[in-house]
Write a protein that binds this ligand. Structure first.
Ligand code: BGC
Length: 381
């Protein structure tokens, strides 16, 4: 994989834009992230916002949930927009966030009935989505306060985020020590490295839940974004969005994104799977499988602004969620109401309900092992 392909710089040069206008890129390189108070939880716990900038990308990260509260990138003319949905206050995150920008754990996506058996022992984890468990249960990693440590390393800037999930939290076995590193590179790439260890056998599936709208949060539908996913199969689900276990071909279905396709193109097909998901809310089986290093998996482009997100990951799966449950009740960072389809999520992961699907890649973590996962977000215009 060629992570050095730099269309941001190349595109800017072609458009006659100087390095200085690309951003803060060079000015901020190596600058230590800046911390400020974002708000307080009901029990008085302070929540901080960390501002980072490098290579033309600017982001704000909260100690609450490791939330990416804002992520700004330039369009083809150099105009910045915040391309990630969020709130401007901690109260809304606590009361009503549908995982905006958050770190997800212990188990990203669903576990059927919140039940699984591990080494002959039955576990019941917290059920918070109809009959099933979603994103770690009612109080997952998205609702925990993380310890945050800023760093600069060579031309990189970033944050280490730490959280220890105690044995039995949300029903999961083992004390899980989690370290997530957010890195902004000198090219403006945002890289996430996840690591975790346990003291008892458990299951782990960590991901990030950014809601992307490359035209800018609050600017309307993402149906005109174009998406390519390097996957020939997906995991069909039942009406509760639990995989049936089948790895079905995408060929000839609305799930075929092997060639870049406008997201709205097939979204209204009367396909049973789209009815179940109220749109797209499915896991793609990436052709590359699990890889020791991040490999390119998907490209999202907003033709109107030129902003493009290219993703690489070590994970075998990608949940593409087309913002189906945004219903016009939440007011975002810029004061605009978020409606259905105003953003999409691309969550790198192991497949949903893996603890109950022996044929899926395993999500079991044992003492002495280290869970590792990496996803890179590369921006261009
Ligand atoms: C899931 C959706 C869910 C959403 C919550 C997504 O990751 O796939 O089914 O509604 O998170 O906002």
């Amino acid at each position: 994989m060629d992570m050095s392909r730099r269309t941001v710089i190349a595109g800017a040069a072609a458009a006659g834009i100087t390095a200085a206008t690309i951003g803060s890129a060079h000015a901020t390189r190596g600058r230590t992230p800046v911390k400020s108070l974002f708000g307080k939880l009901a029990d008085g716990t302070k929540v901080y916002s960390w501002s980072l900038a490098n290579g033309g990308t600017r982001m704000k990260v909260l100690s609450y949930g490791g939330v990416v509260q804002s992520l700004e990138i330039p369009d083809r003319r150099g105009h910045y927009a915040n391309v990630s949905l969020g709130f401007d206050n901690i109260e809304d995150y606590v009361a009503s966030s549908p995982y905006f920008g958050a770190l997800i754990g212990r188990y990203g996506n669903r576990i059927g009935k919140g039940q699984f058996t591990l080494d002959g022992k039955a576990y019941q984890v917290n059920v918070n989505d109809g009959a099933n468990s979603l994103h770690g249960g009612a109080k997952g990693f998205d609702k925990r306060v993380w310890d945050v440590e800023p760093f600069t390393k060579g031309s990189d800037v970033g944050l280490h985020l730490y959280y220890t999930s105690v044995d039995g939290e949300m029903g999961y076995p083992g004390t899980l020590k989690v370290k997530v590193t957010y890195t902004l590179t000198k090219y403006g790439d945002w890289r996430i490295d996840y690591a975790a260890t346990t003291d008892k056998a458990t299951v782990v599936n960590l991901t990030s839940h950014v809601y992307w709208n490359l035209a800018g949060e609050g600017s309307g539908t993402i149906e005109n974004h174009e998406l390519k996913i390097d996957a020939s199969r997906y995991t069909p689900v039942d009406s509760g969005l639990i995989p049936t276990g089948e790895l079905a071909p995408v060929a000839g279905t609305p799930f075929d994104f092997r060639r870049s396709k406008r997201i709205g193109e097939d979204l209204r097909e009367a396909h049973q799977q789209l009815l179940y998901g109220k749109g797209i809310d499915h896991n793609w089986v990436l052709d590359k499988g699990i890889s020791p290093r991040p490999e390119w998996i998907a490209t999202l482009k907003d033709p109107s602004s030129g902003r493009t997100l290219r993703m690489a990951s070590t994970e075998p799966g990608l949940q593409f969620y087309s913002g189906n449950f945004l219903d016009g009740t939440l007011v975002g960072t810029g004061g605009k109401v978020y409606r259905q389809g105003d953003a999409l999520c691309l969550e790198t992961q192991h497949f949903p309900d893996s603890p109950n699907k022996p044929s899926f890649p395993s999500t079991v973590l044992r003492p002495g092992q280290t869970y590792r996962s990496t996803t890179v977000h590369s921006f261009s215009r």
